[in-house]
Design a protein around this ligand. Sequence first.
Ligand SMILES: Cc1cc2nc3c(=O)[nH]c(=O)nc-3n(C[C@H](O)[C@H](O)[C@H](O)COP(=O)(O)O)c2cc1C
Length: 196
Amino acid sequence: MPTVRLLAMPGSARRDSWNRKLLAVLVRGARAAGAEVTLYEPRDHEMPLYDGDLEAAEGIPPAAARLQALFAEHHGLLLATPEYNGFFPPLVKNTFDWLSRPLPDGSGKPGTVHVRGKPAGIVAASPGVLGGIRSLQHTRQYLSNLGFLVVPDQVGVPKADSAFDTEGQLQDARVRTSVEAVGAAVARLAMKIAGG
Ligand SMILES: Cc1cc2nc3c(=O)[nH]c(=O)nc-3n(C[C@H](O)[C@H](O)[C@H](O)COP(=O)(O)O)c2cc1C
């Protein structure tokens, strides 16, 4: 099997984010299936709000160029994202909108060349009863528009404030297995695409 590398990103910059905890479960599933995983912390790579005038004057921000380069080196995406008013949060939209802008190498190619045809797995966690499932359909559509192959399975974890134990593990074994399975599905698809 070829070695595949996945980029794992929480859709929240919040220090005690439930989605960062959930991402760790997704990552465990992908690693158990043989993938190498790199954690991408949006809070460490601050990007300005997308602004066409800023882009025209200065090009894409260094953080966006670094993310494009990271995707060039990775075979897929693991994303655990909150739901804000039934949608995924602006942090996710802003990050990937910048990613999609033309590469800074003068080729004129969009940043999406580095994500097209690469698998993605999406999960959500919320203290509410729906577990962010309303946002997942929009996340799926958005990532598909960018060219990702979003794997069919997805999981929304409700009542996130009581779903994790003190070690950060999901207490409900069935939910834990479902989340890990999404990570494993991304790893396996990435391996198939890489020729395994
Ligand atoms: C602007 C805003 C809108 C929100 N809308 C929703 C929502 O539509 N559905 C939901 O389940 N939770 C909603 N929440 C609550 C979030 O699920 C909660 O803040 C959660 O902890 C965010 O994820 P995090 O813990 O990973 O940061 C909203 C929170 C904010 C700040």
